[in-house]
Design a protein around this ligand. Structure first.
Ligand code: GLC
Length: 520
């Protein structure tokens, strides 16, 4: 069988996806909040960067209690972001720029203002009562189970005085949980996917997908008390729901890729969400998102990906930053580490997801006092993108959140064309991944390396014409120089700025990451 190349593997396997958080991406109408026309005007940035697909966090109608993850109309655009026409223009512009489009799909809950919930809460006998999770109080009048909500220290159940029952909300009380055990819920939510698929969307990032199909009516296991219920193991029901969902979306005229936010901390459970190729196409490797900058931990991450995904023909999905966690530039602590991390991420076997602004090396913004807006404490990683080096960084009005530190110096305009910049580093790496299919679809093997260094080989038995059959990657996780026995080969990429590339056989500098062609 010929070796795979990026052209004959599906885009979600061969490509790199870039996450846009629309509120903070680009503002076209001067209200300080990013919007869809603004995003469309910046698709050129993604094209120049060299990514293959773009995922947009929610822009649907929403009261914005959780900044769009509380939806009250799944098939319309919130006026803050534009309208359906703007969504169509954005999809078309992205496609014209050669980008696949992924939208966020939030199956687990709606807004409490959604008409479905208004009906559901109106009476115990309402036909939509069973669309949400209602339970009688415990014998003492308290919540039915001890489940905790995700943001803040309070129960995941709220008593609704009208009917005297509690409803479940794994997140805010304004985000009541849908009950996917009800067949009409699954059907209605599939209609939502069909609506957007018919508008040309290529895939969906499915929000907290592991909670679709909950094991209800059980208390938290003693050893996990205090942990939010959204990260509990909800058992096999979810896999049944996902298999059903996949068979429905596979029947669409253009079957979308299903990419799950599988917020579980056990690597073996992440891969379970791929089923036997009949559930999700990709499942975010959440343990890696929370891994520290440590060669041993990352070696384990990669080794377990090889052990777990290859036997089931699964494909890993790697991410270092998103709109929910401090940016990796902040978590790992230095720009030098962020540069090395970009090499690590973009030389993995599996689909890498980038989060807007990581290509600029942004750290989290400092958000304090009355500028704090997110109930989950996530404002810092959601700071607006600095486009140019004017005082407003290309935003026509003061944006809804403050900029990250050094925003002017890190703006797209300032970094573009500067070979030493983080932006050009990402552009070079993405170009390398594109021109060397061994990096996107080749196999991987971990090699011996000194302490603090991760060394691996990527290879293809039959590379397409002109491409390397084999490349080796070395990442120095320490801030000391390290000699690596046996390292040789032609330098093809890495953290060294162009013109200062290390000689074959040279040891690794502090925080250096390097890609070499061992046969070159
Ligand atoms: C996901 C989203 C997060 C949101 C939560 C509830 O984790 O990424 O932003 O708050 O789900 O929808």
């Amino acid at each position: 069988m010929p070796a795979p190349t990026p052209t004959d593997v599906p885009w979600w396997r061969g490509g790199v996806v870039y996450q846009v958080y629309p509120r903070s991406f680009a503002d076209s109408n001067g209200d300080g909040v990013g919007d869809l026309d603004g995003a469309a005007s910046r698709m050129g940035h993604l094209k120049d960067l060299g990514v293959d697909a773009v995922w947009f966090s929610p822009f649907y109608r929403s009261p914005m209690a959780d900044f769009g993850y509380d939806i009250d109309d799944h098939c319309d655009v919130d006026p803050l972001f534009g309208d359906l026409g703007a969504a169509d223009r954005l999809i078309e512009t992205a496609h014209r720029s050669g980008l696949r489009v992924v939208l966020d799909f939030v199956p687990g809950h709606t807004s409490d203002r959604h008409p479905w919930f208004a009906e559901s809460r109106s009476s115990r006998g309402n036909p939509r009562r069973g669309w949400y999770v209602w339970r009688d109080p415990a014998p003492d009048g308290g919540p039915p189970t001890d489940w905790r909500a995700a943001f803040g220290d309070y129960p995941a159940w709220t008593l609704d005085p009208t009917t005297g029952q509690y409803y479940l909300h794994l997140f805010l009380p304004e985000q009541p949980d849908l009950d996917w055990n009800h067949p009409e819920v699954a059907a209605a939510m599939t209609d939502v996917l069909r609506f957007w698929s018919d508008r040309g969307v290529d895939g969906f990032r499915i929000d907290v997908v592991h909670t679709v199909g909950k094991r209800l009516d059980v208390d938290t296991p003693a050893e996990l008390r205090g942990i939010p219920a959204c990260v509990l193991d909800h058992g096999p029901g979810v896999h049944l729901r996902l298999t059903e969902l996949r068979s429905r979306t596979d029947a669409f005229p253009s079957p979308p890729a299903l990419i799950g936010e599988t917020y579980v901390f056990d690597r073996e459970r992440v891969v379970d969400f791929l089923g036997h190729g009949d559930q999700l196409h990709l499942a975010f490797n959440i343990p890696a998102l929370h891994s520290p900058w440590d060669a041993t931990v990352w070696r384990d991450e990669m080794a377990s990906a090889i052990d777990l995904y290859d036997p089931v023909d699964g494909w890993p999905c790697w991410v270092l930053s998103n709109h929910d966690v401090p940016r990796h530039r902040t978590r790992y602590g230095t720009e030098a580490r962020a540069r090395a991390a970009a090499v690590l991420l973009l030389t993995q076997r599996g689909t890498p997801f980038l989060y807007q602004g990581e290509e600029l090396g942004l750290a989290d913004a400092v958000v304090e006092g009355d500028r704090v807006v997110d109930p989950g404490g996530r404002d810092g990683c959601r700071a607006p993108i600095p486009w140019d080096d004017s005082p407003g960084c290309g935003w026509p009005a003061d944006p809804w959140l403050p900029f990250a530190p050094d925003a002017v110096a890190l703006s797209v305009a300032r970094q573009s064309g500067d070979p030493a910049s983080m932006l050009e580093h990402y552009r070079r790496l993405l170009r390398l991944r594109r021109t060397e299919p061994v990096l996107s679809v080749g196999r991987v093997e971990i090699l011996d390396a000194p302490d603090g260094v991760l060394r691996y080989r990527r290879w293809l038995d039959e590379p397409p014409g002109g491409a390397a059959a084999e490349l080796e990657v070395l990442v120095n996780f320490t801030d000391e120089p390290v000699e690596v026995p046996g390292v040789s080969g032609r330098w093809v990429g890495g953290t060294a700025p162009p013109g200062e590339t290390p000689a074959p056989g040279q040891g690794l500098g502090p925080d250096e990451a390097r890609v070499v062609d061992p046969r070159g």
